[in-house]
Design a protein around this ligand. Sequence first.
Ligand code: NAD
Ligand code: MG
Length: 391
Amino acid sequence: MIRRNLTLLGATGTIGMNTLDVVAMYPELFRVVALTGQNQVERLATQCRQFKPRYAVVLDESRAQELRHLLADTETEVLCGEHALEEVASLPEVDTVMAAIVGAAGLKPALAAARAGKRILLANKETLVMAGRFFMQAVRRGGATLLPIDSEHNAVFQCMPDAYSGDLAAHGVHRILLTASGGPFRTRPVETLAAVTPAEAVAHPNWVMGRKISVDSATMMNKGLEVIEAHWLFNARADQIEVVIHPQSIVHSMVEYLDGSVLAQMSNPDMRTPIAHALAYPDRIAAGVPRLDLPRIGQLTFEAPDTRRFPCLALAYQALAAEGGAPTVLNAANEVAVEAFLGHRIPYPAIAETLSHCLERLAGRTAGELADLVAIDQEARLVAEAYIARR
Ligand code: NAD
Ligand code: MG
């Protein structure tokens, strides 16, 4: 395997820490060039001491000062600001970029990596939801390689034919089956969902994740975002992407072929598996993940999602069908609504209501260029905030 030089965007998050776990096992294979974080300066400083990157990036000057102080006796140079994120994502000495910032904030640095032709390990699904067309275009034009980290898309990638060209029919693929755990509220009586607390919503049964994606998993907005993500990654139409609830989270997704074969990728629910897969691709490395013990698991079950319980999933299909700026609106409104829910400003069902309101209010917005999408994102945030403030 060739040695890789890494920038890790969002190093202090769940994906970032899992990535460093794998990287730490192979000091001869991976050199960390840059690590970035937002608020957790102490964690970032500890990571810098261990991995000795050339650069560490934070967003604002006061945090940068703090970090410089903590790293005063090291070789790591501390940079600051959004522009610095783009800079470390496109450094000539870097060949691989892990894009693991959460939310729309991850878009610009991921685009910078695409334009610079990097090998991009994409965890930040919001990039594809918000600006899929532009991002995929930047990947093609920049000659970048895209490897999905999201466990479902990584699974689909593994079940796809080698050298997949972007044409499902040409490869005999009938459809993509994305699995979903159903989250913490899969069996909770629908009429009690109004009383759900943020603590209950972030307590995912199978995965340990950041707070935003945990709430997204509870509402199944996460799966909705992933349907849109799959659309862009695999050039699949909405009717070629189906969601199946699979509460054990062992089958991470499937690809169904015309001849009736269904290929699935299975593993314990541990993000180090897709991370190690993408880090080493096309080789394989151990990820420190416990072996799958099927007799102990005993049963793998599947059920259809109930869109009455999970209206966000239906809204995502609706946004994908509407095209234009609708997925951008959905993503931005969702970020605002989830934040408001986590801050106890709105009850759980109001997340879906906010999205629905914003999609209706901003229907028909189109985007000729990336700047239009950034404007639509901003507008959707304002509309969502206003709706939340007066409800
Ligand atoms: P997290 O909240 O644990 O970490 C987010 C990271 O982004 C942190 O390093 C934080 O400092 C950084 N960050 C946050 N806001 C920022 C901003 N405005 N500017 C720059 N940096 C910022 O999130 P996570 O669970 O690690 O998820 C990261 C991404 O990966 C998300 O897009 C998520 O949807 C995706 N993802 C996560 C998982 C998972 O298991 N955690 C699985 C699949 C996909
Ligand atoms: Mg996922």
